[in-house]
Design a protein around this ligand. Structure first.
Ligand code: 2P0
Length: 328
């Protein structure tokens, strides 16, 4: 059996999903999964992934279980191979992973999955998670798993830099009493993965170059809004970034339309809330679901408005949450 330079055992990690306020869409290096644009996100407390990794000398292959079902996922194997390489471990691993969401929301993210897996696997080899966050090779591995996953290593507001591919915390989860109200507006899995959608957008959308060129100004504006705790300014940047990203997607050939009719109904409700004086701003990712940024004091009003469009059981008020954490 293998010799290891590190103690080997088992570890469990939690990582929350993150929602981008300034969006990432497109890659400048597909092999290293480097983004074409920087991004800025909010890590959530109420939704995420809990993963236990055990490096077991008895195993002759890696085994992976998600939500109680055995799975085969090349991204999980690639992540384990990467951790084995970094930590000089040869044993195979058992990975038991569970997505945690208040309802069966269909919003479980590849980002929280990759972050929880990487953190647990690193810790199961005796590695220190704080050291991992500062380790470029570790961040690179997490980013290859999912381009948005490094953002889930930190809590609160987090920035991922286009040039370095690195990630840094911008504002802790407790520093600003924000809420993200999530309305699930479809139950079917998405038809086109983000990875495929990004490739198609970059290859065929005449608006892709404009999206990339306009992006840096949104990052600058978002940083300033956060610094000033100016939610109307931050909300405006988030909506602008969202619509520009979707405009680039819509310009692809064939077009990428992730929205459905209820997406537009929900956006109408958010506009009506704002017209009535409630500070609420919407974003959508590679799917029809609408996520609304607001202050804690307004979350109930926002959830009530979204429950007129979504099944009330599919509306979740999420708080800012911590970055990936190890659990006993
Ligand atoms: C984001 N999305 O910034 C953007 C907005 C979806 C729309 O990051 O190919 O799963 O692994 O880098 O990270 C989703 O894409 O894609 C995503 P890969 P990922 O949150």
């Amino acid at each position: 059996m293998s010799q290891s330079a590190h103690p080997i055992g088992t570890a469990t990690a939690w990582a929350g999903i993150n929602i981008a306020l300034v969006k990432y869409w497109g890659k400048r290096d597909t092999a290293r999964n480097l983004p074409a644009v920087s991004s800025l996100s909010l890590t959530l407390a109420e939704m995420g992934t809990r993963t236990t990794v055990t490096f077991d000398p008895e195993l002759t292959t890696d085994v992976f279980e998600l939500d109680g079902e055995p799975r085969e996922d090349p991204r999980v194997i690639a992540m384990l191979d990467g951790i084995r390489g970094l930590r000089r471990v040869e044993r195979h691993a058992r990975v038991v992973s569970r997505n945690h969401v208040p309802t069966a929301s269909g919003l479980a993210s590849s980002a929280s999955g990759a972050a929880a897996l990487a953190a647990a696997a690193w810790a199961a080899t005796g590695g220190d998670l704080a050291a991992a966050r500062a380790d470029r090779a570790f961040i690179e591995l997490v980013r290859r798993g999912s381009g948005s996953a490094p953002r889930s290593l930190y809590g609160g507001l987090v920035e991922l830099d286009r040039d370095s591919g690195g990630v840094r915390p911008v504002l802790s989860a407790s520093a600003w009493d924000l809420r993200m109200v999530v309305a699930r507006l479809a139950h079917a899995p998405k038809k086109i993965s983000s990875r495929q959608g990004m490739a198609r957008t970059a290859a065929t959308s005449p608006f892709y170059g404009a999206w990339v060129d306009a992006h840096p100004a949104d990052m600058v504006a978002a940083r300033a809004a956060i610094e000033a705790r100016d939610l109307p300014a931050l909300g405006a940047v988030m909506e602008r970034s969202t619509y520009r990203m979707h405009a680039a997607m819509l310009g692809a050939d064939p077009p990428l339309r992730y929205w459905n009719g209820r997406t537009l109904d929900a956006l109408d409700r958010v506009e009506a809330l704002r017209a009535a004086g409630v500070g609420a701003w919407a974003t959508m990712d590679a799917g029809p679901h609408v996520k609304v940024l607001c202050l804690a004091a307004d979350a109930e009003a926002v959830a009530g408005a979204l429950a007129e469009v979504a099944d009330p059981a599919d509306v979740t008020v999420a708080r800012p949450g911590p970055g990936a954490t190890l659990e006993p």
